[in-house]
Design a protein around this ligand. Sequence first.
Ligand code: CDP
Length: 788
Amino acid sequence: MALRTSPEVGGMGHSLKRKEDPRFIRGKGTYVDDVQLPGMLYLDIVRSPHAHAKIKKIDSTKALAVPGVLAVITGEDLAKYNLHWMPTLMSDTQMVLPVEKVMYQAQEVAAVLATSRYAAADGAAAVTVDYEPLPVVVDPKKALQPGAPVLRTDKKDKKDNHIWHWEWGDKAATDRAFTEASVTVKEDIYLPRIHVASIETCGCIAHFDKIDGKLTVWMTTQAPHAIRTVFALVAGHVGLAEHKIRIISPDIGGGFGGKVPVYPGYVIAVAASVLTGKPVKWIEDRMENLQADSFARDYHISAELAARQDGTLTALRIKTIADHGYADAAANPSKFPAGLFHVCTGSYDLKSAHIEVDGAYTNKPPGGIAYRCSFRVTEAVHTIERMVDLMAHQLGVDPADFRMKNFVKPEQFPYKSALGWEYDSGNYAGALRKAMDTIGYAELRREQAEKRKRGVLMGVGISSFTEIVGAGPSKHFDILGLKMFDSCEIRVHPTGKAIARFGTKSQGQGHETTYAQILAEELGIPANDIQVEEGDTDTAPYGLGTYASRSTPVAGAAAAVAARKVRDKARKIAAYLLEVAEDDLVWEPGKFSVKGAPGKSKTIQDIAFAAYTNHPQGMEAGLEAVSYYDPPNLTYPFGSYICVVDIDSGTGEVKVRRFVAIDDCGNIINPMIVQGQVHGGLTMGLAPALFEEISYDEIGNIRGGSFIDYLLPTAVETPKWETGHTVTPSPHHPLGAKGVGESATVGAPAAIANAVVDALWHLGVRHVDIPITPAKVWKLLREKGVKE
Ligand code: CDP
């Protein structure tokens, strides 16, 4: 995209340095835990050692004797106010604190309120709970079998652990296509439980002011407005009305979906503050964060792909069991219990597809958040990219050629997928070709053939993913009934500087910079003259928040639309000042000039001043606008990633030697920030591919509940990412932009998994579930008779 503004103005396409970084790199950010209020109390939580157990007794005597401990809060206490259960985002229910039984290891059992964090922790350790263990259900497949212990005994009519059945697509046509297919492949793919592990854990400070009856909550939330409404709906009966609730999301140290849900700790802190009239701080520790907050993935997928003999793909059929833990607390749009999993036909022109998903209750933490992805799109991408690779290998066709043959072609856009999505734009072959040229694909294949003769294990893996971001068009997308629009409000001050507020909330993505750039592009006001604010429900316009890479597609579009409204008014003022008709004016970023007389012009700064000092009579003073943007469609960013792995046949270690990522997010606002997003996203894609997993033993003990065995990649394990891009603008977004924050996390794991299988295919290996640990590969190699 050609630059329309100077570096000084810093509109779209300029790699402006991030405005937020001076405070972050100096350690001057304000995170929830930095907020200190006079008289503040502290909360710590007692958690269950059992995965399923009846609570016989909670004894608080010793805890109350700890100096500084003021109260021990139990489910019985909350039950008096009907606050011991709360609704989840998927209209299920989950406990705030239990009254009868616990449902997973690390579940909240009681909370201790104290005058210091240390006293609260000592108090929590001193609470004694008498449990009676109950049978534990860990495996969702067993959970769905007849005779499995029914977990949700709180639901009077519930006789099994089945949450919902959801299916999409044309079953008859898909079955027919499979009957007619010349070649089919089938694979069971498990995408394990993982956890986002943001640098900052979750927490809040709830401050109920008894004098004015107002509750202010500083909170690690990605969606402050939605939280305010949910609080008002859930706690209205105890007197919390929405105008008396203020949610403030200060700086946030990474969200990645994990800071969308409402966790019990938030609710307990609010209840404690309302009861005491004091500010109450709750900050979870690292292990609580890993063990009890919402997980991601945990999809048991069984997929089949059909093709004609000539390699033309025809149909996709998927059955999935979704393990939701003991409650369906997934962060999904209401209509889609399996999120956007039905974008699983990916970048390929499949004529028919059918998917079925069944949700299951187990004795694990509730959730089902996206882990830097747009509501289950990673699960969809991983499935289709693994299956396409499997089919290519099965047919003996190069996986790149096979993709090229089956891609949706540029001239097919807007493209209606077999599962009903309308892809806005794309050029999949262009991105793959660029990735192949960058990495030297043909040469790598020659090297691989030569090494294979010598028994050296090397693989090349491709992932040509399509994302689906920007939830969403309100006709299809809501969360708890709240339509998924987003907003921007701009006020231009008399001296030409501006403030803009948004319904989204950055957690490190750089919105203060990029939103200012959008406004600079549209208004010609330098980005550095525009202050961007988010995250305070008392000041920002209502919006649904930041997750699923929706900020640019939705709030970014709102920024453009609001700016254009400002410009429309500015045009009227300019016409008045220049004494010409509006139609006689031409706009270039930053000024209106008279057609044919470029010397006669008014800058946006002149106009802003006039809006307050010399506006036309009959026109309202001021220069401001607000937009609540309801996108007509989602945006479909895409990319092609190629990964080269070397596998040590002695240890089973997989080394990512090279990784080329070509992304297309349409028009780019800030190239440096986009590159940063891709780098971070790739590392968060490497993580589940090779390292991260949370699993449970047969009695529900968590494995992977601390950083000792929940492995995060460090700089040492992270390869040098080679990034590039193509630009295919979104035809419906006002700026032609698509989201990008999650693309790399969505696309990367399949490229790595495909590379590993590619390295081992000749040995008879057809699939390896992620994380592909050295132990897994070592075992496979030994099974296949490879000598150490
Ligand atoms: O919703 P979230 O901010 O996580 O995701 P996003 O909309 O993909 O944006 C992530 C960051 O990349 C933001 O700072 C965007 O403004 C920036 N971005 C960009 O500069 N150009 C794009 N086409 C898309 C995103």
